[in-house]
Design a protein around this ligand. Structure first.
Ligand code: AMP
Ligand code: MG
Length: 494
């Protein structure tokens, strides 16, 4: 059967197929929005590989047309731009928010049939902008591009970046910066905060509409469950626990795990002051505004549970007619989070040590390595990669008796695995990255792009990050930790 969307697709190079399910939801969920006109849009970077996956033919359009498209000047037919309403707990305090500097163009159907959000970030004011200018600067948008694509290459669920364009206009932060727009691709932009928005309005009818919509979009297998909202809570908890365990296993620090930055789909979203930890230190914080260390590396698992508790609160009216009963059901699910998280974390960390099976002493084995790493200020990424090289790593630090004792114990444990050692080490190299977005490398790429209009540094970095589990001679330099990482600070993308 030929649908209307197929007809639109045919007339719509470079391949857009919009089917905007979110903007067909009740008006309470969003506000119409229009990308601002900008002076002189220019392409900085296009993600051709992602475009191909999305079925978009970017090779078929001129640089001017691509710039106009990704600056929101020339809207793809079939799109219906809106700003989504949401709320959020920011550093623990509740606020009504909404897309203040992002506009959802709509949902695009990929060739494999998946529906993905196409969002412009930095494309001007919306009804939710409050006192903000709705704009974004080039540096933070390229930073999101780099880190999100690195996360994708690491195999961690994440939103993706399709394009960054400059607007030809200045934005004013601490200084005058180049305005830019990022095109973000996401499974959806439904957040814990989206549920909080309707819960704060005590709009139970629309809350149910949102829950049903989200289940249908992200957890369709739950549609027929007997208490589908409770199962929904459990499934979201499971994906969130799995996601945060993945972050912990690569040393990723999100930096601003507010409930408005937690996607119900289970993707990593909203790359602001995020960065990868170098030396293993659980208290590591890079964000300039996170004075209390609320979102420190070691706190991320617990914050995940805190955010899920806020999510569970929004669902209470749907869980049971009596509030006490609803609370008991929600508590039962939330109470499982530590165990669920630990299972994901143990199997992730176990795999980093070549363990496919589980034994009673594995937790202690992992923890004693981590505690040695902390004491000896070892680089998190490089230590695990060094362990993957099939022989006792060289280097002074590895000569320490404490490490040698641990190593002998680990070798014994590896010997009890059924996999031949060579295969165990190969498996380790497929989960322990050699290349991560090192902070000084990210900064170097951003300043070359921002200050010197030189994109070659960025492209080289992206090429290295695209194959994080390989150590090509070309990319060996990307493995070196930042020289003065203790002082590294990241800033919110605002
Ligand atoms: P973020 O820190 O990017 O997660 O943003 C938190 C909230 O502030 C969201 O509601 C954003 O839409 C809003 N926001 C951030 N920057 C701006 C800006 N420059 N103009 C308007 N709203 C903004
Ligand atoms: Mg956000």
């Amino acid at each position: 059967m030929v649908t209307l969307n197929d007809l639109v697709a045919d007339q719509n190079p470079p391949g857009w197929r919009f089917d905007n399910t979110y903007s067909r939801l009740p008006e309470a969920f969003f506000a119409p929005a229009k990308p601002a006109a900008v002076a002189a849009p220019r392409v900085v970077i296009l993600n051709h590989r992602l475009a191909e996956e999305l079925g978009l033919d970017l090779d078929g359009i001129s640089a001017e047309a691509a710039a106009a498209l990704f600056a929101g000047q020339d809207l793809p037919s079939g799109s219906r731009p809106i700003a989504q309403a949401y709320a959020g707990h920011q550093y623990g305090g509740f606020t009504m928010l909404g897309d203040g500097r992002a506009i959802l163009l709509g949902e695009h159907r990929t060739p494999s049939g998946q529906l993905v959000d196409i969002q412009l970030k930095g494309s001007g004011r919306t009804q939710f902008s409050r006192r903000g200018d709705g704009r974004a600067a080039l540096g933070p948008m390229l930073r999101e591009y780099i880190i999100s694509e690195a996360m994708y290459a690491l195999g961690i669920p994440t939103t993706r970046s399709l394009a960054v364009v400059t607007t030809g206009e200045a934005v004013f932060r601490e200084s005058r910066l180049q305005g830019a727009v990022l095109t973000r691709v996401a499974a959806s932009h439904i957040r814990v905060g989206t549920f909080e928005y309707l819960a704060a309005k005590q709009d139970d009818a629309n809350l149910r509409v949102l829950a049903d919509y989200t289940i249908n979009r992200h957890y369709p297998e739950l549609a027929e469950s007997s208490n589908r909202y409770l199962e929904f809570l459990r499934a979201v908890m499971d994906r969130q626990a799995a996601l945060i365990a993945r972050w912990q296993c690569v040393g990723f620090i999100h930096g601003v795990m507010n409930t408005d930055n937690m996607a119900i789909s289970g993707e990593t979203i909203d790359y602001g002051p995020c960065a990868f930890m170098n030396v293993y230190r659980p208290e590591t914080v890079f964000s300039s505004i996170d004075h209390g260390g609320r979102y420190a590396y070691g706190n991320q698992p617990a914050i995940g549970q805190w955010n899920l508790a806020r999510f569970a609160e929004t669902l209470l009216p749907l869980l049971a007619p009596e509030q006490d009963a609803a609370i008991a059901l929600a508590m039962e699910v939330l109470g499982q989070y530590p165990t669920v998280f630990e299972q994901y974390w143990l199997s992730g960390m176990g795999a980093k040590l070549g363990l496919q099976s589980a034994e009673a002493g594995d937790l202690e084995l992992i923890q004693s390595l981590l505690s040695w790493m902390q004491k000896s200020a070892a680089d998190f990424t490089n230590t695990f990669r060094d362990l993957s090289t099939e022989k006792l790593p060289t280097g002074d630090r590895y000569q320490a008796p404490e490490f040698q004792a641990w190593y002998a114990q680990w070798q014994q444990r590896l010997g009890r695995e059924s996999l031949p050692q060579a295969l165990a080490y190969a498996a380790m190299r497929s989960v322990n990255p050699a290349v991560i977005p090192r902070n000084h490398r990210v900064e170097e790429a951003l300043s070359a792009a921002e200050d010197h209009n030189d994109l070659s540094v960025l492209h080289r970095l992206l090429a290295a990050l695209a194959k994080p589990y390989e150590v090509g001679a070309d990319f060996a330099a990307y493995r070196e930790p930042s020289p003065d990482d203790g002082n590294y600070q990241t800033f919110c993308g605002t």
